[in-house]
Design a protein around this ligand. Structure first.
Ligand code: MTE
Ligand code: MO
Length: 263
């Protein structure tokens, strides 16, 4: 990434942080998007305690990145991973190399779009070696490659009332009724613009296998495994998620897990 691009992304990320978290903390503060940088915003905001400062900055921290030598010999697959949870159409798309698969990006955006796999591969990509922590108590280190979610969001352009990004998936977990409740997840704009939030089409240097979410999955490295939606079909930008699924922001959240699964 060029320096200019980095500064631009950082600015976007910090602006998203200010809009997302500070909006909640300060309430009633508008015109946040005009804040030139996050630190300037914080410096100008009166009455913020040290703890609030820390909490806001903490959301921007990077997850640890590892060396190639640290990559786990085998990376466990979890949740949906084959035809048992995937509809036949998705399996057939895979058999044709996902050439007919498209990622739909819509909702509160200026320019709704559909991306093919080659289009996503043509975007600037990031590779990161990170540790995946499942809530069930296991961890694996893997390498992930794909465009930053921020690149996609910049392409489509967010409307002013955008607050969350919802990830819709092709699969359904057995406990949910097929055709009624496909796997889904959601994150706020702070995580959406975090530099390590990517849409991965490669794992350990090879195209994503079906078990790990082919053709495209989310990596949101500051949170637990269940946030990392596999088999993406659609990214929807929303101002609220209480009308999606059973209203708690994700398949496992609807079952009682935390929406913010920070690690
Ligand atoms: N679409 C979808 N995404 C999903 C799941 C799933 O069942 N379906 N399981 C989640 C859970 S609990 C974990 S730990 C990780 C597992 O990713 P992996 O199979 O690459 O290890 O994917 C997450 N994303
Ligand atoms: Mo998990």
């Amino acid at each position: 990434m060029t320096n200019g691009r980095w500064l631009y992304s950082r600015r976007r990320f910090l602006a998203a942080s200010a809009a997302g978290t500070a909006g909640l903390v300060l309430g009633g503060c508008d015109r946040l998007s005009s804040a030139p940088t996050f630190r300037e915003f914080l410096a100008g905001a009166e009455g913020l305690t040290e703890r609030v400062h820390r909490a806001l900055l903490w959301r921007g921290a990077l997850a640890r990145e590892y060396r190639v030598a640290d990559i786990s010999r085998t990376f466990r697959a979890n949740g949906s991973q084959d035809a048992y949870n995937l509809p036949p159409e998705h399996i057939e798309l895979g058999q044709r190399g996902f050439s007919d698969w498209r990622l739909v990006v819509d909702g509160l955006v200026l320019r709704p779009a559909r991306f093919s796999l080659p289009e996503l591969r043509a975007l600037p990509a990031r590779t990161q070696i990170t540790r995946h922590d499942c809530v069930e108590g296991w961890s694996c280190i893997g390498s992930w490659t794909g465009p930053s979610l921020s690149t996609i969001l910049d392409r489509v352009g967010l409307l002013a009332n955008a607050r969350f990004v919802v990830f819709h998936c092709a699969d359904e977990l057995p406990r949910y009724i097929r055709g009624v409740n496909p796997y889904y997840e959601s994150i706020d704009l702070i995580d959406a613009f975090h530099p390590q939030t990517i849409l991965a089409y490669e794992m350990n240097g090879a195209p994503l296998s079906l078990a790990h979410g082919a053709p495209l999955r989310l990596r949101v490295e500051r949170q637990l495994g269940y946030k990392m939606a596999k088999f993406l079909t659609r990214i929807e930008v929303v101002d609220r998620f209480d009308r999606i699924g059973r209203g708690r922001g994700g398949t496992w959240e609807d079952d009682g897990y935390e929406w913010y699964a920070g690690i």
